[in-house]
Design a protein around this ligand. Structure first.
Ligand SMILES: *[C@@H]1O[C@H](CO)[C@@H](O)[C@H](O)[C@H]1NC(C)=O
Length: 287
């Protein structure tokens, strides 16, 4: 009896070991994919910075704002930062002008959605962006959606996000009323939350016509996302209202950035920035 047991143990460990041999190429391939740097070269394993992917939602006609962002805070993404940052402008559909812009800048993604306009299915737009990242950006750790009228204090914001980075992070300017929701002008999500959302189905119908598991589109991005995330109890919500200057629709700016010594010494983000505002803020940083 005892002898049979020994034989059994030996043969099962043999089976286990041969499995390891058969599957080890698979494990090796997986880890070498992770060490491939974004520049296409190969670096030492696991020393690469975590990756932050930003989608800037823009309208075709907002070329001036896009160019101002490119020439200001986006241009400083190339400096040495604790996170590797990749950004894309996210547009609905191609036009002749944006196609020429894409050929030159190589930084535009079209979601190819069949509708467009203000406050029309913003939830689905946000969902499509997260789905795009889930399919195309396997190395992302945290992912943002932001607007084209937002100025980021690049170094300060990236440093802050590097401290907070978590695969279930939900970060930004939090509204005080109703469910927990971060405003969509700048919202950062950890990759686990991005994956969970992108694996669910979006429902554009009225709420009572949607399945319980589906994502209801309130037409607004921020409220939609807040509701989608409310079904999880492990979301790490980090509101950062004190460090972010945000204005509601129609609200008059209460902070005169031109009277600030250096905005980015006090804050991380300025919302409702015109192209001129962005150049002004950036010049202060350069000094
Ligand atoms: C949108 O369509 C264009 C071609 O018209 C294609 O190159 C692009 O990959 C599509 N975008 C997405 C997100 O599938």
């Amino acid at each position: 009896m005892a002898r049979r047991k020994v034989v059994l143990i030996i043969s099962s460990s043999l089976v286990f070991m041969s499995c390891m041999v058969v599957f080890s190429p698979y494990f090796m391939t997986k880890s070498s994919i992770q060490t491939k740097s974004s520049s296409g070269g190969w670096k030492e394993g696991f020393q690469r910075n975590p990756k932050f992917v930003i989608g800037i939602m823009s309208a075709n006609g907002n070329r001036e704002l896009r160019d101002a962002q490119r020439q200001t805070w986006i241009s400083s993404l190339r400096q040495d930062l604790p996170l590797d940052v990749e950004y894309k402008f996210v547009l609905d559909r191609p036009t002749q002008e944006t196609q020429a812009e894409l050929d030159r800048e190589r930084d535009i993604v079209y979601l190819n959605l069949s509708y467009s306009g203000y406050a029309v299915k913003f939830g689905e737009k946000l969902y499509s962006w997260f789905k795009y990242v889930a399919e195309h950006n396997h190395e992302a750790t945290i992912v943002a959606k932001m607007d084209d009228d937002v100025f980021l204090c690049t170094k300060q914001m990236i440093t802050r996000l590097n401290e907070l980075k978590h695969t279930r992070l939900y970060y930004g300017w939090q509204h005080q009323q109703g469910i927990v929701r971060i405003d969509e002008m700048f919202v950062v999500l950890g990759i686990d939350l991005v994956m969970r959302i992108s694996q669910r189905k979006i429902c554009s119908a009225k709420e009572f016509e949607c399945e319980k598991s589906e994502l209801v589109d309130t037409n607004w991005g921020g409220t939609s996302l807040g509701r989608w995330l409310s079904s999880y109890d492990d979301v790490i919500t980090v509101p950062d209202n004190a460090n972010i200057i945000y204005y509601h629709r129609g609200q008059k700016p209460s902070l005169d950035i031109r009277k600030e010594d250096n905005f980015c010494h006090k804050y991380l983000l300025y919302h409702k920035a015109s192209a001129d505002d962005m150049f002004f803020l950036f010049k202060k940083i350069q000094k």
